[in-house]
Design a protein around this ligand. Sequence first.
Ligand code: ZN
Length: 144
Amino acid sequence: MGARRLPTKDMLSRFGVVMDGGCGMCSSGLESRDHLFFDCAYAKEIWTAILLSCGLSQTPLDWYGSFQWLLLNLKGKSLLVHILRLAWTGFIYFIWEERNHIHFGGTHRLAGAVVSCIKESVRIKLHITHMNRIDDVNRELCIY
Ligand SMILES: [Zn+2]
């Protein structure tokens, strides 16, 4: 899921949908796509935890720019890049899910709970990739 087309509050207000416009996750700042994924203190806490889990301790000011930098500079470490990409996809997904939780009156989860969800999604996807690789090996074993 791309983050570009998400109906954030700033976008909805341009269509005349009236709401408070505030970010429910950090309770400060207006909710926009850029705020949710690049500026929200709550989202930053989660992404920083993910980077730390990957053994990357950078907590830069321009953290999205840093993500791009990481992908460019970790070219040789393909598994780590693969994990980071999966984590980034999971991050976008779960931040939006959390935003909707709050938006529709649900309880606000602690950042750590969302981090666990993202890690779990990465684990599942890695497992699937791993299984596919085994299938390839099996197929080769059958051919040769
Ligand atoms: Zn926020």
